[in-house]
Design a binder for this molecule. Structure first.
Ligand SMILES: [Zn+2]
Length: 302
């Protein structure tokens, strides 16, 4: 069975708190695992969340600030210690190659796993598989940052009543799907478009074109909301978003499930982020992320 869910490993910006680990997220997407922005302590948070090094197929780092990358050293060593049997790819801004090199080789260990370095230096697709395209878009932060987006190709959903009306059954259904038509019946006559799912991960940025492009039409958007609107001037100065800004982006982009995270330790009440997002007019599903929470992707659109 295919599982698509976000496992929240940490939700703190800049420094961990008593209740929040440094940033970190594992996206389970069918059989694959995407580890996003492993901050310090990610290895232990994975243990607590029931996730193993074997679950990681790709690592996607938005930028090289510590709350998004200090966990690389531990996670990479753990992948090797556990002799993960598949290759693991790592995506990160190419301008931060020296940071990646240091984190990858922070201390001595035995390398047993093929870790494929696939740095990002431009907008566009990074990987295409039969199940998804992984894309990157440049963000706006004091150090170079990229957001990521996973887009499943559209498919077709067969409509049983239409198939029956045309007397198509059994192996003929597969033939029609493969060949596009059968005895004068077109695939379009007996099926409808099944929209592929979309997921985006947007960390550490001011509002910019990349934020909107990444969020467009997403089933799930995981986005930083370091600040509340009352501190918008700080957000702009340090290259971050407020909860209100993130929610307005999500509303305009038609996001179905908004996950706010990466909170500044200056705010004691997480409910304030929800109130602000709702006040900004976002009405669909909303999660103010907590550490170790699991958030399933919404069911496919009917
Ligand atoms: Zn950060």
């Amino acid at each position: 069975m295919s599982v698509r869910e976000l496992v929240v490993l940490g939700t703190a910006s800049q420094v961990p708190t008593r209740h929040r680990n440094h940033n970190g997220y594992l996206l389970r997407w069918d059989g694959e695992g995407f580890l996003f922005d492993p901050g310090e302590g990610t290895q232990r948070q994975m243990l607590r969340a029931g996730a193993a090094a074997h679950d990681i197929d790709r690592i996607c780092v938005t930028h090289f600030h510590g709350d998004h990358s200090l966990g690389l050293a531990g996670v990479i060593q753990r992948i090797n210690l556990d002799k993960v049997p598949h290759p693991v790819s790592a995506h990160y801004p190419r301008s931060g190659q020296r940071f990646f090199d240091r984190l990858r080789y922070a201390t001595a260990y035995r390398e047993t796993v093929a870790l494929v370095e696939a740095p990002v230096d431009t907008d566009g697709p990074l990987v295409r598989t039969s199940g998804y395209t992984l894309e990157a878009r440049r963000l706006s932060h004091p150090v170079e940052a990229y957001g990521y987006r996973i887009v499943e190709p559209d498919g077709r959903r067969m409509l049983p009543d239409r198939l029956a009306a045309h007397g198509i059954e059994g192996p003929d259904v597969g033939r029609l799907q493969r060949e596009g038509s059968l005895n004068g019946v077109a695939l379009e006559d007996v099926s409808e478009v099944r929209r592929g799912q979309r997921f985006a991960f947007v960390m550490d940025t001011r509002l910019c074109d990349g934020v909107y492009a990444l969020a467009e039409g997403c089933d799930m958007l995981v986005i930083e909301s370091t600040f509340l609107d009352e501190d918008e001037s700080l957000a702009v100065e340090f290259g971050h978003l407020t909860a209100g800004q993130a929610a307005r982006v999500a509303r305009e982009a038609g996001v179905r499930h908004l996950v706010l995270t990466h909170f500044s330790q200056r705010y004691a009440d997480p409910d304030a982020f929800e109130r602000e997002a709702r006040a900004a007019g976002f009405e669909a599903d909303l999660t103010v992320a907590r550490d170790l929470q699991r958030v399933p992707l919404p069911k496919r659109r009917a």
